[in-house]
Design a protein around this ligand. Structure first.
Ligand code: AP5
Ligand code: ZN
Length: 216
């Protein structure tokens, strides 16, 4: 299974990716998690990416496409993968086409902007794994502690309301065009990925069930 989860910041891509990767036995390729790992490790890429991410803008296509191409060489990608937060621009999607990557599904998770700010302000993450919680909607068993490792949870630096608003604008301008890009491809060519759109409003479990039906 090779699929893309598409959707605005806070749509629940990371949350649902956790379930789907277990269900299908495939790795999650989250460019956001990869960049945050580089920031934490203090690599030159991380130092460069941090400023961009904290502003809510996008890291350059060249950097992202290079990261993903390297990642796809790994052995665990042989049986498929789930892209979370990639592609996010037309050039990134075009790079996948040019590399003849065959996708099974592109799934758009649709959440209205008014719900997104509340989701982001209550988000807590486990930095090492990327596991994501919400203080109200998806709380950990013990407040501010990761369920699996017992390690502390943190807030993401780019979850400030002002930055989230900018990320939403960037999504509208640069990522939303991928909806047409992939639905046009799916219409035109039977070998292209099937396009599915689901509502991301509801409980985490409801969305999970909706996704499984969409991917059946
Ligand atoms: P990235 O990490 O990809 O962030 P994003 O796409 O903005 O998405 P988020 O991770 O914020 O949201 P999500 O959809 O994963 O939601 P989540 O499951 O966490 O990118 C960060 C930055 O890196 C970018 O701004 C950019 O600078 C850079 N970058 C990354 N990829 C790039 C690329 N390809 N090109 C260029 N730059 C790139 O859920 C959110 C919250 O809601 C959580 O608290 C969760 O518990 C809660 N929640 C989830 N589901 C529900 C539900 N059903 N009901 C209520 N609450 C819910
Ligand atoms: Zn995410």
């Amino acid at each position: 299974m090779r699929l893309i989860l598409l959707g605005p910041p806070g749509a629940g891509k990371g949350t649902q990716a956790g379930f789907l990767t277990k269900h299908f036995g495939i790795p999650q390729i989250s460019t956001g998690d990869m960049l945050r790992a580089a920031v934490k490790a203090g690599t030159p890429l991380g130092l460069q990416a941090k400023k961009v991410m904290d502003s809510g803008a996008l890291v350059s296509d060249d950097i992202i496409i290079g990261l993903v191409k390297d990642r796809l060489q790994a052995d665990d990608c042989k049986s498929g993968y789930l892209f979370d937060g990639f592609p996010r621009t037309i050039p990134q999607a075009q790079a996948l086409q040019d590399a003849a990557v065959k996708l099974d599904f592109v799934v758009e998770i649709d959440v209205p902007e008014e719900d997104i700010i509340e989701r982001m302000s209550g988000r807590r993450v486990h930095p090492a794994s990327g596991r994501t919680y919400h203080v109200k909607f998806n709380p950990p068993k013990t407040p501010d502690v990761d369920d699996e490792t017992g390690e502390p949870l943190v807030q993401r630096d780019d979850d400030k309301e002002e930055t989230v608003r900018h990320r939403l604008t960037v999504y509208r301008e640069q990522t939303r065009p991928l909806v047409d890009f992939y639905s046009d491809l799916a219409d035109g060519d039977g070998s292209a990925a099937r396009y599915r759109k689901i509502s991301g409003v509801g409980s985490v479990d409801e969305i999970h069930q909706r996704l499984l039906s969409a991917l059946a």
